[in-house]
Design a protein around this ligand. Structure first.
Ligand code: NAP
Length: 209
């Protein structure tokens, strides 16, 4: 398969890319060095290059993240909203709009975002983050509606937080309760191909339970 991973530069992107490569697939990883996902024209051109070089795409795994928050609701900095809007919503809009036509054309495509429990369980100091993730989820469900009946699917994976080897090495005594290991996340994404698109389209798969 041809798998596009956006936000591929971090530990999560590395784990997801490794998972698909290990299983024999071609991964096209995008970090900020390759394409600025805030530049709509550049994202559109990137999708065009993927189609020209590979003919089709089987998966788009959108992993751009970021967190901002405050101690209390009253202390919320609306500058945080602007930052999260760009990171969590605008990059998703650019990527999904650019790749939707390719996902509609392919036989068994998957589009995936990783959301947070906070979207449905917002806390006082995380208003901007929870609202941005909730917006990203709604956007993804619109894409899912567009993909209905095409053989492709858009799915929301839900985590409390992610943990990777570098985090464990930095805090060897920490237990990271409820966190999802990035390797388990990668397997969950791979597992979306084991089920028919219609079963996973427009669903929220909760990895915290
Ligand atoms: N980490 C968690 O605990 C957690 C919890 C809930 C949900 N999630 C979600 O899980 C996914 C992965 O999380 P993560 O913590 O691994 O993500 P992350 O490290 O915050 O972001 C992943 C990558 O996105 C890249 N990126 C940011 N802006 C970009 C742009 N304009 N163009 C291209 N690349 C850009 C960053 O590259 P640079 O390094 O070059 O900036 C970064 O390496 C995200 O969607 C996140 O929201 C994570």
């Amino acid at each position: 398969m041809i798998i596009v991973v956006t936000g591929a530069g971090g530990p999560t992107g590395t784990a997801v890319s490794e998972y698909f490569r290990k299983n024999g697939h071609t991964v096209i990883g995008v970090g900020r060095d390759q394409v600025d996902l805030l530049d709509r024209a550049a994202v559109q051109a990137f999708a065009g290059r993927v189609e020209a070089e590979h003919g089709h795409v089987d998966g788009v795994i959108h992993l751009v993240g970021g967190w901002r928050g405050s101690a209390t609701f009253a202390e919320t900095d609306l500058g945080d909203w602007d930052a999260l809007h760009d990171l969590l919503i605008r990059t998703l809009q650019h990527v999904s709009l650019a790749f939707e036509p390719l996902l509609r054309k392919t036989a068994n495509g998957r589009f995936v975002i990783v959301s947070a429990r906070a979207a449905q369980h917002p806390e006082a100091g995380g208003a901007a983050y929870a609202a941005a993730k909730a917006a990203a989820e709604a956007w993804t469900l619109s894409l899912a509606d567009a993909l209905q009946g095409t053989g492709s699917a858009a799915t929301i994976l839900v985590v409390k937080a992610l943990v990777n080897d570098a985090m464990r090495a930095a805090r060897p005594d920490a237990r990271f309760p409820g966190f999802t290991d990035v390797r388990d996340l990668a397997e969950a994404i791979g597992g979306l191909y084991d089920r028919p698109a219609a079963q996973v389209n427009a669903t929220r798969l909760d990895l915290t339970t």
